[in-house]
Design a protein around this ligand. Structure first.
Ligand SMILES: [Zn+2]
Ligand SMILES: [Zn+2]
Length: 236
């Protein structure tokens, strides 16, 4: 099968590799359909290896070259013997983290803080920029019929943005300032809007991104200069 593999800074190769075998317990074989390119992927490309494993990863034993791709949607091809929440043919999207499930944080339910955390497409044997990927079944959610596969691939970055807005304790009627309207900032603006924010402001020096701000529910883009505090005070 074809896969995009990261070897080192400025060295990503699309090449033929052996496909995964049959899924074992807890595993699901998927055929990715859409996959985002994350800021983390860009950092790896420019200056990696950073989180991709130059030495065997302590949890997954994965090491370079790394199949990339962790913001994915796709179709279930086969499931392991004990997997019941998804079945062959299901349209799915993935949460890419892999956790040990027995360290201090995992036992408390904070698997995203796992001390040996790994990630599909960054520090695991498989990634979604490939014809097939084997993933832990717990990563997968079935997509509702009214979401497209393309939207499904945005589930992971959207979850990051929604979590940030929740942690920011945004309430109905609040004024929210989004610093930077990259993909996560744009999704955070939409999440704040959906939560009932009264006014959504943003700072974004890139004109192209700023020009799309209204599309994401931003009321006003402010200049990132010395007058920023004053501009905010005037509007609040
Ligand atoms: Zn990412
Ligand atoms: Zn853990």
């Amino acid at each position: 099968m074809k896969a995009a593999r990261f070897y080192g800074a400025k060295d990503i190769r699309v090449e033929e590799i052996d496909p995964p075998g049959e899924p074992g317990p807890g595993e699901v074989l998927i055929a990715p359909s859409w996959c985002g390119i994350c800021g983390t992927d860009l950092h790896e490309y420019i200056a990696g290896p950073i989180v991709t494993p130059a030495h065997p990863h302590p949890l997954t034993a994965a090491r370079l070259p790394q199949v990339l791709g962790h913001e994915y949607s796709g179709t279930v091809v086969a499931v392991g013997p004990d997997v019941t929440h998804v079945k062959e043919g299901d349209r799915i999207a993935g949460m890419p983290l892999i956790s040990c499930m027995h360290c201090y944080h995992c036992v408390r339910g904070d698997q995203h803080l796992c001390q040996t955390m790994a990630c599909t497409g960054l520090s695991y044997q498989w990634g979604a920029l490939a014809d097939l990927a084997m993933v832990p079944g717990y990563q997968l959610s079935v997509l509702p019929d009214d979401l497209t596969m393309q939207q499904g691939a945005l589930l992971e970055p959207a979850a990051v943005a929604v979590y940030a807005v929740e942690r920011g304790r945004v309430h109905a009627g609040d004024t929210v300032l989004i610093a930077g309207l990259g993909p996560i900032g744009a999704l955070a603006a939409m999440a704040a809007r959906a939560l009932g924010a009264g006014q959504v402001l943003a700072v974004e020096p890139n004109e192209n991104r700023a020009s799309r701000a209204g599309h994401f529910g931003v009321d006003q883009v402010l200049a990132a200069d010395d007058g920023l505090t004053e501009s905010i005070l005037k509007l609040t």
